[in-house]
Design a protein around this ligand. Structure first.
Ligand code: SF4
Length: 380
């Protein structure tokens, strides 16, 4: 497929276009540099070259700097240029793969075809790196199937928690058909690909989606319950969150920005679902009366809400009780289970326990590791 560069961007250099399109991924996770971090299915943190194919967009999402009505420089990279840049970073070990998103170039089909073209060209040239594709709402099923043959991870942004909220912030798309239906198809394709023998040795990640936190008026409780539902229904493992930050010349330019800590606390809460086996309903007590997280570690808040079960006896607690202790994570909890009896704090430290956090909540050999006032200090 040949690529014709729009005439008004002909004077922009490749570096200028790369810079625009790296910053244009603002609402597609991570940061605004050309390299972002992602998690491989084995949990490893990897660096990816992150870019939009184009910031031209026919969409009118109310928070987005790339919405069609906004007066902003528009640029594109051709599929061949992206392939070349990716190889260049990859060969120099700057990145382990590519994160590719885009504005909607005409329609979802046309845009996803171009994203597919990039991935196909890379694979046909022997590229073994990781390919993570954020696709357009409404991407046709046949293209999802073809993308599943070449990408490691792909999905569509949910942005928010309900059809009503979605229609307010993304008026060109339909939540149920353009987003949820695509997440369902993606899940089915992932299951199918994992079963296929000879999938080129390529690892395939879980479903992928992102929420723009604070653009619509959903609460954190709504978001956490939606994430839990998506984990159950669509094989979502790690949701991405991006704090809403008002952009000039958009309908939400005068709205209040969402604090950065809210994004951090939502990530921490999502880890409690994914890594600690908790359900969204187990966390219902940690929110404010209006359903928002506080700027405190959600695990400490959860312990505070369940203070009657502490201190727990390290040598008698079951796995789920150990996991409720701040400072004990899934890895250190299973080490404790395998190594009991534990005799002293030093042994816990060697198992990875953050003892200063855990101390107020545990008993060792029948003795509390701290007094009540220290406990209250940690909880406050
Ligand atoms: S579809 Fe919406 S969020 Fe995506 S680039 Fe276009 S306006 Fe922005």
């Amino acid at each position: 497929m040949s690529y014709v560069r729009p005439p008004n961007e002909a004077h922009k250099t490749l570096t200028e276009r790369m810079r625009y399109l790296a910053s244009g991924t603002k609402y597609d996770s991570c940061n605004q540099s050309a390299v972002c971090h992602a998690f491989a299915p084995d949990g490893r943190c990897i660096q990816l070259y992150k870019t939009l194919l184009t910031n031209y967009c026919s969409g009118e999402c109310t928070y987005c700097p790339n919405r069609c009505e906004r007066d902003t420089p528009r640029v594109s990279l051709s599929p061949d240029e992206i392939v070349k840049i990716t190889w260049s970073f990859y060969r120099r070990n700057v990145v382990e793969g590519l994160f590719l998103s885009s504005g909607v170039l005409g329609d979802a089909e046309n845009t996803s075809e171009k994203q597919l073209e990039v991935a196909r060209k890379l694979r046909s040239q022997g590229f073994q790196g990781y390919i993570h594709m954020r696709l357009m709402p409404g991407t046709p099923k046949y293209l999802l199937e073809e993308i599943a043959d070449v990408a490691n991870k792909f999905g569509v942004n949910a942005e928010t928690t309900s059809s009503t909220n979605y229609s307010e912030v993304c008026p060109n798309f339909d939540y149920k058909t353009d987003v949820l239906q695509r997440l369902k198809w993606t899940k089915e394709l992932i299951i199918q690909k994992r079963k296929e023998v000879g999938y080129g040795g390529r690892i395939i990640g879980a479903n992928d989606t992102q929420f723009v936190v604070g653009a619509a008026d959903e609460s954190d409780r709504d978001i956490v319950h939606t994430v839990n539902k998506f984990m159950d229904k669509y094989d979502l493992r790690r949701p991405y969150f991006m704090s809403f930050d008002p952009v000039s010349d958009t309908p939400l330019e005068h709205n209040t920005p969402s604090p950065q800590w809210r994004e951090v606390r939502l990530y921490q809460t999502s880890y409690l679902l994914k890594d600690y086996g908790l359900r969204a309903r187990d966390l219902d007590e940690i929110y404010t009366d209006t359903g928002f997280l506080k700027d405190q570690d959600p695990k400490v808040l959860l312990a505070q809400c369940n203070s009657e079960i502490f201190p727990i006896d390290i040598n008698n607690a079951n796995l789920q009780e150990l996991l409720l202790v701040p400072g004990i994570g899934p890895v250190s909890a299973s080490r404790i289970m395998r190594s009991r009896p534990v005799n002293c704090e030093q042994e816990l430290v060697r198992m990875g326990v953050v003892i200063t956090r855990a101390r107020p909540y545990i008993k060792l050999k029948g003795c509390c590791q701290t007094n009540l006032s220290a406990f209250m200090e940690v909880c406050s």
